[in-house]
Design a binder for this molecule. Structure first.
Ligand code: ATP
Length: 499
């Protein structure tokens, strides 16, 4: 018997989108009203997978690091927070419209796509030169220059096919709303465009009540909102999404050391959940955000190219200093360590290293990486199989309990096994259809183990356990099931890789 796997490179995103819809992972929002652009809902399988990703991230941050604690700040914040952070004045993307199709594009994305095209054609030098030129123009806020570059590169609107472009303008990405019943400017608040600011404004609350000593981190998972101009590529770019962010507060002057450490740790994390090293890469920022002195993206090779899944930023003391200024509250830390001349021993505003991952992008990465189509040849017969090769600890369902038939007491025996194990694992009990069809259904949602209860089970209390990836079956006593499943699905194997 030979098997041949189809990898993610030749898998179209559209196959993954339809798979996600068909098997209850992701639905378009408000679908019965024809959906809402760039907003999605997670279905019965999707919510389990997403929760597993979030739980794993949370535990890796807070459980593996004694000096990282959690927080859950509100989405609504005082409007001055966004003034202090710079989002009111400069959280914008350069946009350009095509006058013929009336479609709007991100000017920087058009140029990045052109650079990717050069790279695919093998002209890496030309690609890098274009990115560098774009970086310079954006840095200098030369929007006319960006437009000229788009025209010089011969970039056309894919809808109208023309280069009839408007001026490039800056477009603020924050959503605003009103609190209270009277709509005037003083009541305007924003839906947070990042979770980080909730951490900054609580920095001293956590430090003091938790008796934390620098270096220490605060981790948070929560919704963020951005009025993205270009909303496409499924859940890659949404207007409502979830971030998993950690701000790590360090002594001024030590930030590059910590930046490099977190950069490495985070890439290792992606590898530990089963993403091949060759599908990941670092990408240093061409244009640093207003708050950063170093920034790198971890990119994953999606079916539509290498794209950011997580950013690691050295944010200096920008945010805390700004909040200290606008709130007029001291946000300093008293460091009573070091000295005689080893320094600190006194007050300072800590520097911050941030790790910022999108839960939805990690979800899409996990799904793309897991989606597998293979050809199985048995004698003269070749058939194909689609399955999700998810890391067992992330799989939505850990095991399916399947009585071979609906009679002879097999369902009752199977139900007893299910009831014994349901306290430990998320499981499915299924008795409809042939065993083959039931195996297929579990493969499609990525269940690592199928436990079949047959007549021999009634005689000797053993079951067969089918492995999703190899399709091999082993017979084992019911009493061993718990340990067997636990070993594969526990986060421990991932923790150990992170050491
Ligand atoms: P991009 O350049 O793709 O717009 P970004 O650099 O603006 O992303 P950050 O501000 O660094 O993103 O946000 C941190 C993380 O949040 C990103 O790495 C990504 O995983 C996630 N993220 C940001 N914007 C979105 C979005 N619109 N939809 C889904 N996830 C997002």
């Amino acid at each position: 018997m030979a098997t041949q796997e189809k990898t993610v490179e030749n898998t179209q995103l559209k196959d993954i989108i339809s798979h996600a819809k068909e098997y209850g992972f992701i639905f378009p929002s408000s679908e019965i009203y024809d959906g809402l652009q760039a907003v999605y809902d997670y279905g019965q399988m999707g919510v389990e997978l997403k929760n597993n990703i979030k739980n794993l991230w949370w535990k890796c941050m807070t459980q593996l690091n004694q000096n990282v604690v959690g927080l859950d700040a509100a989405i609504f914040m005082h409007p001055l927070v966004w003034k202090a952070s710079g989002h009111v004045d400069s959280f914008s993307d350069p946009m350009i419209d095509n006058k013929d199709s009336k479609k709007r594009y991100r000017a920087d994305v058009l140029l990045e796509e052109k650079a990717a095209q050069y790279e695919n054609e093998g002209d890496v030098e030309k690609a890098n030169a274009l990115l560098a030129e774009m970086g310079k123009l954006l840095e200098a806020e030369d929007l006319d220059g960006v437009r000229e570059l788009i025209i010089r590169e011969g970039i056309k609107c894919p809808i109208s096919g023309t280069a009839n472009w408007t001026e490039v303008r800056q477009f603020n990405l924050m959503f605003s709303t009103e609190v209270g019943s009277v709509a005037d400017e003083t009541n305007t608040i924003y839906l947070r465009p990042e979770t980080a600011q909730g951490i900054f404004v609580n920095f001293l609350n956590v430090q003091k009540t938790g008796r934390m000593k620098v270096p220490f981190g605060i981790a948070q998972i929560g919704k963020a909102f951005r009025n993205e101009i270009v909303a496409r590529q499924f859940i890659f770019r949404m207007r409502e999404f979830e971030q998993m962010e950690m701000q790590f507060f360090v002594r001024p002057g030590t930030e590059m050391e910590w930046y490099n450490q977190w950069k490495e740790t985070r890439k290792k994390w992606h590898e530990a959940i089963g993403i091949p090293a060759e599908s990941l890469r670092y990408h240093d920022h061409e244009k640093l955000a207003h708050y950063a002195n170093a920034a790198v993206d971890i990119e994953y090779k999606f079916p539509f190219g290498f794209k950011e899944v997580e950013g690691i930023h050295s944010r200096t003391d920008f945010d805390l200093t700004q909040h200290q200024e606008l709130s007029r509250k001291k946000l300093q830390y008293f460091d009573n360590d070091l000295n005689e001349e080893g320094k600190p021993y006194g007050n300072y505003i800590p520097y911050v290293i941030e790790t910022s991952a999108g839960a939805d992008r990690l979800f899409l990465m996990t799904l793309c990486n897991a989606y597998t189509e293979e050809e199985i040849t048995e004698g003269d017969n070749t058939k194909s199989r689609t399955f999700l090769k998810l890391h067992p600890s992330l799989a939505p369902v850990k095991a399916a309990i399947l009585p071979l038939t609906k009679k002879d007491g097999l369902p009752e025996k199977a139900e007893k096994i299910f009831n014994d194990l349901k306290f430990d694992f998320n499981m499915i009990f299924e008795e409809r259809d042939s065993i083959g069809k039931r195996y297929t259904r579990q493969d499609l949602i990525g269940t690592p183990f199928c436990i079949a209860v047959d007549h021999q089970t009634l005689e000797d209390d053993t079951v067969t356990v089918r492995d999703r990836d190899s399709r091999e079956q082993v017979r084992m006593p019911i009493s061993e099931l718990k340990n067997y499943i636990e070993k594969a699905v526990s986060f421990k194997s991932i923790f150990e890789k992170l050491g």
